[in-house]
Design a binder for this molecule. Structure first.
Ligand code: KG4
Ligand code: ZN
Length: 336
């Protein structure tokens, strides 16, 4: 019988729970406080913690119900222990500890970012390393060479802002609400890529990225236009920024696959929900005969299915966490 894993996620403003049997997703529940947070222009930690406290019990109960499984049938509980907001993490982690202890089953503490990386496994049952992974989230942007279920090599990463962070900052400059990414994407759809943008470390940076120059360029552009009293198309600016920010990610992921001689590329993280990036990856991978495994959009942004998926990898490697495991606001990418 394949392992039955409950995943719980509460690192930011989403309270989520999911159940998987092997790599099959049985349920996937989520409650978000993003709408409340939007009024404040970002996530207020105390509001997030309280929202998790209100939601966690019900979300887990719903996930078990929707999966049609009794909690006694679970093999393990996987839960995000970091990175994230300390108070928010503690709600999910404490709940998971109690749940696992009560059932006498293993607890698996999951590094949230590793969860984003593992989401692709749910999309394709046959996916197996080695492959190249593009990680593009709110806090990380990197190209990884995934060697095995539990090991990867970082080929390059951002030298300053992460891609998601750049989207969020540009959204603010354009007067768009939090979270910025989806709003910039929607605005970009109505514009054209016609405003020149600085080229990003092209050729020179290996697999490194830098978003600060691009971000500063947008800020300066908006201020200069305002000072001169000139009008410009916000939609064109969004579209031009989006192309400059995302084309390079797809190009470098494909370049890495060709250089490493692997035939599969995967991706993960909130920015991978972006339709422009998904299309660019599909087009470039197809042009080079590379198989592309993209998680469903809802499994790119925060969710518990990805935490369960990473939990499964840890379960198979027999890596369990002691009940003394603590929440950690920041964890290096390398740590499991
Ligand atoms: O992966 P994630 O949960 O962040 C971390 O775990 O660090 O993703 C959140 C980030 C935010 O910066 C958000 O603006 C961005 O992903 N994002 C997007 C889109 N949806 C979410 N960026 C661009 N286009 C989108 N459609
Ligand atoms: Zn995330």
């Amino acid at each position: 019988m394949e392992p039955l894993i409950l995943g719980i996620e509460s690192s930011c403003d989403e309270t989520a729970a999911a159940v998987i049997r092997g790599r099959t997703l049985l349920s996937d529940e989520i409650v978000s406080s993003a709408q409340v947070q939007a009024q404040y222009g970002g996530v207020v930690p105390e509001i997030a913690s309280r929202a998790h406290t209100d939601a966690v019990d019900e979300v887990v109960a719903r996930a078990l119900r929707a999966a049609g499984v009794e909690k006694e049938a679970l093999s393990a509980v996987a839960v995000t222990y970091g990175a994230g907001l300390l108070g928010a993490l503690l709600v999910g982690l404490s709940f998971a500890k109690g749940f696992a202890y009560g059932l006498g089953i293993p607890l698996i503490g999951v590094n949230h970012i590793r969860g984003h990386l593992a989401a692709a496994y749910l999309e394709d049952e046959t996916l197996a390393p080695p492959f190249i992974t593009l990680l593009a989230s709110g806090g990380h942007t990197a190209i990884l060479y995934t060697k095995s279920a539990t090991e990867f090599e970082v080929l390059g990463g951002t030298r300053d802002d992460a891609a998601g962070e750049a989207f969020d900052k540009v959204a603010r400059v354009l007067g768009l609400p939090y979270p910025g990414g989806p709003h910039v994407e929607a605005l970009a759809k109505t514009g054209k890529n016609v405003i020149p943008m600085p080229k990003m470390l092209k050729g020179a940076g290996g697999y490194d990225f830098s978003y600060s120059g691009l971000k500063t360029h947008i800020i300066n552009y908006v201020h200069t236009m305002a000072q001169k009293g000139e009008t410009y198309s916000r939609a064109d600016l969004a579209a031009s920024f989006q192309s400059a920010a995302l084309d390079i990610l797809a190009e470098k992921a494909v370049e890495a696959a060709l250089e490493r001689g692997v035939t599969t590329v995967t991706a993960g993280g909130g920015v991978v929900a972006n339709g422009y990036l998904r299309d660019a990856l599909m087009r470039m991978c197809a042009a080079h005969g590379i198989k592309l495994v993209l998680p469903a959009r809802k499994h790119c942004t925060d969710n518990a299915a990805m935490i369960a998926a990473e939990g499964l990898l840890q379960f198979e490697a027999k890596r369990f966490s002691p009940l003394s495991i603590n929440a950690e606001p920041s964890i290096p990418l390398r740590r499991g």
